[in-house]
Design a protein around this ligand. Structure first.
Ligand code: FE2
Length: 272
């Protein structure tokens, strides 16, 4: 099975890049299942039901979230109705929505998508390692699903690596999100799980992690509250990765980076 994962869509320029590029990528790469992290899609802060609907219309099969899940408060009531939206699974019990979902990938195949959040330099949440164990206690591949994708929304590379190794052999892909810069460490871990510590964002890289650079610099230099952070609106780079799995095991056989447009170097997601 071919999985396409696209990193954090930031603001209008990120959304427009996804709209321009995803239909073409679906033609050229022919993914069986596409996941988009959408937690910064609405002006950099959260996502609305309308924007999530646009992503599904473009061909996203699942949208994952993160620490900005509730910045658009409408999500608190909408998320229970939409099984294709996943928020971090280590929020406290009783939080609206779900931390994992199982969706159809066509051909009778099923993909489980899990979203969890790291705790290092992030809000204090439940233990993501224990949460992963709970979510995977009753569902395993290839017995119950054909692939398992984990979006680990976290700040620290060390925690992302520990988490990747912790799930190595139990997931098809563990991919980091949140830091908004694509890392060059995509590889298949010892027991068959594809890993990249951050997928990178889909947004304008002539910025400070997607936000207008002048506002961010002012905050660092002056240490005073300045203008509200707003997304940088220049040409976006779409960042993500393509993972091929073995349908017999669910484990990865290839992982390739994808970078399209904007100021970053290009990576096609194909084997050149
Ligand atoms: Fe985030």
């Amino acid at each position: 099975m071919r999985l396409l994962f696209i990193g954090d869509i930031v603001g209008r320029t990120g959304r427009e890049m996804l709209a321009d590029t995803l239909p073409r990528l679906r033609q050229s790469l022919r993914p069986d299942f596409t996941i988009v992290n959408g937690e910064n899609a609405a002006g950099g802060f959260g996502i609305t039901a309308k924007i999530a609907g646009e992503f599904f219309d473009l061909g996203a099969d699942c949208v994952t979230l993160g620490n900005h899940s509730w910045d658009q408060r409408e999500m608190l009531s909408h998320i229970d109705e939409e099984t294709r939206l996943v928020r971090p699974g280590n929020y406290p019990a009783g939080t609206p929505g779900r931390g994992a979902t199982v969706l159809s990938a066509g051909g009778g195949r099923q993909v489980m998508v899990i979203n969890l959040m790291g705790r290092l330099f992030m809000d204090a949440l439940d233990d993501p390692f224990a949460a992963a164990d709970r979510l995977l206690a009753d569902i395993a591949m290839p017995r119950d699903v054909d692939a398992i994708v984990v979006d680990f929304h976290a700040e620290a590379t060390s925690e992302k690596y520990a988490f990747g190794h912790y799930l190595d052999g139990r997931a098809s892909l563990v991919v980091g999100t949140h830091t908004h810069v694509p890392t060059a460490d995509h590889h298949i871990m010892e027991h068959g799980t594809a890993f990249q510590s951050d997928a990178g964002m889909t947004g304008d890289y002539d910025s400070v992690i997607g936000m207008r650079k002048e506002i961010s610099i002012h905050r660092f230099v002056r240490k005073l509250p300045g203008d509200r952070m707003t997304p940088s609106e220049g040409p976006a780079t779409l960042c993500g990765l393509v993972v091929d799995t073995d349908d017999k095991t669910g484990l990865a056989v290839a992982i390739r980076p994808l970078r399209v447009g904007g100021v970053l170097s290009t990576a096609s997601g194909t084997a050149e």
